[in-house]
Ligand binder design. Structure first.
Ligand code: GTP
Ligand code: MG
Length: 324
């Protein structure tokens, strides 16, 4: 790949170049990895997009929401990129690509760029790839980056460490049953949107929204929020209702955080998080490589046969690593 050519065309916002650059950062080949690092270095990081994380359980309406919300933004002249973090191998093969029928119009919009998640099962790999794809979309001058994840376990944490605003999409609950949204996820949310507030579901959506608004008020106040935030509101992705209000709330929050310095602080913390994460991954990889791998195996046998205590076996290997 010719970086001297790719860098200016990507910076000019060319979507084909962006797609090629993302393919490069996704590649597992060592020579591609070296090129990817050169590319990211060459692009620098002077442009900033608003990164919006969007999480929700299957069927809650994420794809429908992204289509409606994305089209509303592109109609305002904003350039919108859509990425996905999807660690579940069950949905591998491109989760949002399979959904492109639900994002049919956005997919054809010249101001939009939709990238399906690669069929890659390991969350660490997915996180790195998405992080680098975010950087590439920013370098390509996108104004808004939507990062979708299906609400399964750790993927929300990954997305929360990648975005400026974290939006939780919920479905109307039947009766007075509250959905099993974990407290940790609630605490990450900057905006809760109860979707499907239309037709027969409208009153249930409003009840669910009131329940979550109440639950949000009980959470500990966060320094990065102005008074009255985080909020819960109802939307209908299908009928495009409430989307402009939701967007206005996101902008209020983003502007306030920028003005108060929370935005920059958070991005700095996120960079530090990913630095430590990469370091941890690198160190673990060392244990899987020879000669350490063989030594670990030998020490494991010694521990199993009672020739050495687990603590002594581990500290001997750590001492060995320190020396190198
Ligand atoms: N009534 C109503 N139905 C909706 C709304 N948004 C989405 N749906 C429907 O809910 C179903 C699931 O929508 P999707 O957008 O595919 O949901 P998703 O969260 O992307 O689902 P996964 O990709 O499987 O995780 C579809 O039948 C949509 O038509 C809405 O605002 N109102
Ligand atoms: Mg979907």
């Amino acid at each position: 790949m010719d970086l001297a050519q790719l860098v200016p065309s990507l910076q000019a916002g060319d979507r084909r170049s962006l797609a090629r650059a993302i393919t490069l950062v996704e590649s597992a080949r060592a020579d591609h990895r070296a090129q990817a690092l050169d590319l990211l270095q060459a692009l620098g990081s002077d442009k900033q997009a608003l990164r919006i994380g969007l999480s929700g359980t299957p069927g809650v309406g994420k794809s429908t929401f992204i289509e409606s919300f994305g089209l509303m933004l592109t109609a305002q002249g904003l350039r919108v990129a859509v990425l996905a973090v999807d660690p579940s191998s069950a949905r591998s093969g491109g989760s949002i690509l399979g959904d492109k029928t639900r994002m049919e119009h956005l997919a054809r919009d010249p101001l939009a760029f939709i990238r399906p998640s690669p069929s890659q099962a390991q969350l660490g790999g997915v996180a790195r790839r998405t992080r680098e794809a975010v950087a590439l979309c920013e370098a390509a001058g996108f104004d808004i980056i939507l990062i979708e994840t299906v609400g399964v376990g750790q993927s929300e944490t990954v997305v929360a460490e990648l975005c400026d605003l974290f939006v939780l999409l919920l479905a109307p609950a039947g009766g007075d049953e509250l959905q099993g949204v974990k407290r940790g996820i609630m605490e990450m949310a900057d905006l809760i949107l109860v979707n499907k507030a239309d037709g027969d579901l409208k009153s249930a959506a409003m009840r669910t929204c009131a329940d979550y608004a109440g639950a949000l008020r009980l959470l500990r106040k966060r320094p990065q929020d102005p008074a009255g935030y985080p909020k819960a509101m109802t939307v209908s992705a299908l009928e495009q209702a409430g989307l402009a209000t939701a967007w206005a709330e996101m902008q209020v929050l983003a502007d306030w955080r920028r003005a108060q310095g929370h935005w920059a602080t958070r991005r700095g913390q996120q960079a530090q998080h990913w630095f430590k994460e990469e370091l941890r991954r690198g160190l673990l990889a060392v244990l899987e490589q020879e000669p350490t791998k063989g030594i670990v195996a030998a020490q494991g046998r010694a521990v199993a046969e009672g020739r050495c205590t687990p603590e002594a076996a581990a500290s001997q290997i750590l001492a060995l690593l320190h020396r190198n």
